[in-house]
Design a protein around this ligand. Structure first.
Ligand code: PEP
Ligand code: MG
Length: 943
């Protein structure tokens, strides 16, 4: 067993640089027969990964796992640098290097004893120490006294002091503080009218753990039993005795006030704090690197987060040294508690996830303790899916499909975790990456549409990113095999991104997993499961971009995903491909078995497993009719959308890619109703300058050939981020620095975009709108910037409006209507804010239905106010192309509907079947309904 003793101290070492210090240390370890001379490299490599500075002028240099072969004998040497050595970029100076030569985890014991000492102010003692004894004294003088919830028992039924004593001893034994229940008899000392105390010294040879306090109380009296090692912090001990002697404590005992007792003793009671537990899976326990990651994560919030091992004492998760002092090893449960009513509570799930993910290390699947239900809550139902009946979920892409189920589940791969020669592993990885890049290039060349080509071009770029290529190198240098290092690295990278609570970054995480899987399969020489030859229904947890490439729309009849909402990535991908799809149906769908017959109606949002032949035939007949309907609609796509009684509605396209404009016009778009410029920006790897932006916007104007262009200026934040515009992570990004709020913080972005738009338009029909306007001041501030730009670049064919997606703007719409030229209702966001349902929530987003009467009432109010001032109203959220919503929106008086290009022809055709007067009646009825379900039912089963 390692211990810190005076004979392991080396005084009077000198070094002018950290490298010199490491060399001195390695020479000492070598001279003492603990390591070979090449351990120096291991020490250096470890420091390059991250500094081993602990605090209080102490560092703990130790070798990487790779250098363990250079360790001849486990040991520790304390090297004192009286003049100090600068240890890291933060300027921390080390006076004592606790150098560890260890073949396994022995150094955790050292850390544990060391870090207990670090809780006190010993920096000066260490710096000025002139003898080995002084150093050992400084390190060992402050062994703490454990006072923890589990050692305080306040509901004892003991009727005598002896019984109280036995119960206290029992508690200490259960918590591993004493060896045996057979203790020398002690006469308790009375501390107050209700409290007495026994102190068991180490010399009684019973104390095995750290010093600890147990209290057992029975409403009349309390007995405190203290076990004290020789090194117990005497001042802490006397503080505790003072508390126990105090009348307040006696009162708390007599009134059986547990909370007060805990408070007086300074113990956090998990009963008041939010709790979550996770089993530590890290092979080498909670050593310096994972502990650093954990403390960094805990520091992201201002509320306190504490952690205890099993039933041990809680320490602050923000303190690296306290975390190390836990000495937590693999398999132990980390119990976290978060300070009530602070941001720490919401942060707990992230901590649990991070520990599960290994805190930067490779871990085999850790298990979560039974009490932790957070993950369960966020996971859609795994209920078995009954055969032969309709199951409703989220409609994602219209159309009917029937086919055999083809279920693609995330596969678990087995491969060796370790390898001998890192350079060979690196070569394997580089070869696999090159092979995947070649495949991707082929996919780009054969891509069926521009969006798909763009996705894979981005994947190639990711695989060319040095950070990605060499990110796994550390793992291999630490002895991992190429697949293990690669998988761990990609998973960590993806998890970190996904955890930023940012929709776009989350999508990038999915992209990372996608390329990660491809490279892994290449490394393992595997190929993906082959899809059936017959038309099939693809069933997956969620769609990733790669699925798109493997999809042949002539063979993929439909798609069903276990998770996702109507505006989730999977839904958008399915819509872009025109494949009928339902999302968010729950995990049970993954269990129905390959080749099971499935029927789905993407428009109505239902599916049936093992449908009857009659149902299939009925649906197939309906499908033939719909195909014919679509064929006719496409034939008439260029014609206007006019109701049977002569009311015209403009139908425009939503675009995120300037190159798609011509196609949208060919599909019947009468203009662009929403150009999502943040998506245009995303196609550039850096902020596009004004000339680049002008070139992009000119493409759109040219293809529109005089048709109007409604441009939304950058809508960043919330669920979208620009890689080159790093944003601080926010607790509630949808309620944070989003849309116009960000632009007003960074007006240079807005100014240059407005300039580019006006210059690109060259007097053509330009309509600019600002996203996420909630308050009139925001609108006016944005408008002011535009007016300043207009002084230099005047424009006489310009309209200026706002996206209506924040409820406050909808409620105050009469004020806005006086000043804006138009409103475009973003029903995706308006719905999520009105109903308080995250549009991407795996469980809840199915209920974020824009046909909820609350949303419709706000749209009605908007139309009334706008029309009263001669302004127009468009709808550009997903609701605009929902067949059940179209007549209602028209009936409410909406002037323009803007949607994805693939929906335009059918929507125009639908409008031509609508009677405006009847639509008004329908809209009125909808406003009186009490739920979205009722609104949908107004029009019967089919639209
Ligand atoms: C909306 O919120 O409805 C909208 C069109 O904007 P986005 O989906 O881009 O947030
Ligand atoms: Mg929006």
């Amino acid at each position: 067993m390692l211990s810190l003793t005076a004979d392991s101290v080396r005084m009077q070492a000198t070094a002018s640089t950290k490298d010199e210090a490491l060399l001195t240390i390695s020479e000492i370890l070598h001279a003492d027969g603990l390591t070979q001379s090449d351990y120096f490299q291991g020490l250096k490599d470890r420091e390059n990964q991250s500094s081993t500075y602990l605090g209080q002028g102490i560092a703990i240099p130790h070798g990487t796992p790779n250098s363990r072969s250079s360790v001849l004998k486990t040991g520790v040497r304390l090297v004192h640098f009286a003049d100090g050595v600068k240890w890291n970029d933060a300027g921390d100076v080390v006076y004592l290097a606790v150098a560890i030569a260890a073949q396994s985890d022995e150094h955790l014991q050292i850390l544990q004893s060391l870090t207990r000492a670090l809780g006190d102010d010993i920096a000066d003692k260490i710096r000025t120490a002139s003898s080995a004894d002084e150093i050992i004294d400084a390190l060992g003088a402050t062994s703490s006294l454990a006072i923890q919830d589990g050692l305080i028992k306040t509901d004892s039924t003991a009727t005598s002091t002896d019984e109280l004593y036995l119960q206290a001893v029992q508690l200490l034994k259960t918590h591993g503080m004493i060896q045996s229940l057979f203790l020398p008899t002690h006469q308790p000392t009375a501390l107050s009218q209700a409290v007495s105390c026994v102190v068991l010294e180490e010399s009684a040879r019973t104390v095995i753990g750290e010093s600890a306090l147990a209290v057992v109380a029975n409403q009349q009296q309390a007995l405190a039993v203290i076990t004290a090692t020789d090194k117990v912090d005497r001042s802490k001990l006397s503080d505790v005795l003072d508390v126990l002697m105090d009348d307040d404590f006696a009162n708390a005992v007599l009134t059986n006030n547990r909370k007060a007792m805990l408070n007086l003793l300074g113990v956090d009671s998990p009963s008041d704090w939010a709790t979550a537990s996770v089993v530590l899976a890290n092979e080498h326990g909670l050593h310096a690197r994972p502990a650093t990651a954990l403390s960094e994560l805990a520091k992201e919030v201002s509320g306190e987060i504490k952690v205890a091992v099993d039933h041990g004492a809680y320490v602050s998760a923000k303190s690296l040294t306290r975390l190390l002092s836990l000495g937590a090893v693999k398999g132990q449960t980390l119990n976290f508690i978060a300070e009530p009513a602070t941001d720490a509570v919401a942060h707990l799930p992230r901590l649990i996830e991070a520990v599960q993910a290994g805190l930067g290390e490779v871990v085999s699947a850790p298990s979560v303790s039974a009490g932790d239900t957070l993950a369960d809550i966020a996971t859609p139902s795994t209920e078995m899916i009954a055969n032969g009946i309709k199951h409703y979920a989220v409609s994602a892409s219209q159309g009917l499909a029937v086919g055999e189920a083809y279920i693609v589940k995330d596969e678990r791969h087995t491969y060796p975790m370790t390898a001998q020669i890192p350079s060979e592993e690196m070569t394997k990885l580089l070869t696999a990456i090159e092979a995947v890049k070649a495949d991707l290039k082929e996919l780009v060349a054969n891509a069926k549409n521009a969006d798909i080509a763009q996705i894979f071009t981005a994947h190639i770029a990711l695989l060319e990113d040095e950070e990605v290529i060499y990110g796994a190198k550390d793992g291999m240098d630490d002895g991992l095999s190429a697949p293990a290092a690669w998988h761990a690295f990609i998973e960590q990278l993806a998890k970190t991104q996904a955890s930023l609570n940012n929709h776009l970054l989350a999508e990038r995480a999915q992209d990372l997993r996608d390329i990660g899987q491809k490279v892994l399969l290449k490394l393992l020489g595997k190929t993906q499961k082959q899809a059936p030859q017959n038309p099939y229904v693809l069933i997956k947890e969620d769609l990733v971009p790669s699925d798109v490439a493997n999809l042949d729309p002539t063979r993929v009849a439909g798609i069903i995903t276990a998770v996702g909402g109507a505006s989730s990535h999977s839904a958008i991908v399915a819509r872009a491909l025109g494949i009928p799809a339902i999302v968010g149906v729950g995990q049970g769908i993954l269990e129905i078995g390959d080749a099971t017959q499935v029927l789905l109606d993407g428009g109505e949002g239902w599916f049936v497993v093992e449908p009857s032949q009659t149902l299939i035939s009925d649906c197939q007949e309906a499908q033939v009719a719909r195909r014919e309907q679509k064929r006719l609609a496409v034939q008439h796509a260029a014609e206007p959308a006019i109701t049977t009684d002569g009311h015209r509605v403009e139908i425009a396209a939503n675009l995120g890619n300037v190159a798609d404009t011509a196609n949208a016009v060919a599909n019947g778009a009468e203009g662009v109703g929403l150009l999502r410029t943040e998506l245009v920006f995303m196609s550039h790897s850096q902020v596009p300058d004004i000339d680049t932006q002008i070139a992009d916007y000119e493409q759109v104007f040219d293809a529109l050939d005089g048709r109007p262009l409604v441009v939304r200026v950058l809508d960043i934040g919330g669920d979208k981020a620009l890689p080159y515009l790093p944003m601080p992570s926010e607790e509630n990004p949808f309620l944070g620095l989003r849309g116009i709020r960000l632009l007003l913080e960074r007006p240079e972005f807005l100014r240059s975009q407005l300039t580019a738009l006006i210059r690109a338009s060259r007097g053509r029909d330009l309509r600019i709108m600002f996203p996420m306007i909630g308050r009139i001041e925001e609108w006016r501030a944005a408008r002011k910037i535009l007016d300043e730009v207009l002084i230099e670049y005047p424009h006489d064919n310009l309209q200026v409006g706002i996206m209506l997606e924040v409820p406050s703007a909808a409620v105050m719409v009469d004020h806005f209507a006086k000043e804006v030229d138009f409103f475009s209702v973003g029903t995706n966001d308006l719905t999520q804010y009105v109903l308080a349902i995250d549009r991407g929530h795996p469980l809840l987003s199915k209920d974020a239905d824009g046909l909820h009467p609350s949303v419709l009432r706000l749209i009605a109010q908007t139309v009334t106010a706008a029309h009263a001032h001669g302004k127009w109203v468009g709808v550009c959220g997903e609701l605009a192309s929902d067949p059940k919503a179209v007549p209602i929106l028209i009936g409410l008086g909406v002037d323009e509907l803007s949607m994805s290009g693939s929906s335009i022809a059918l929507t125009k055709a639908q409008v031509r079947t609508i009677n405006y007067e009847s639509a008004k009646v329908l809209a009125k009825q909808a406003l009186e309904c009490e739920s979205a379900k009722q609104v949908r039912a107004l029009q019967g089963a089919s639209s």
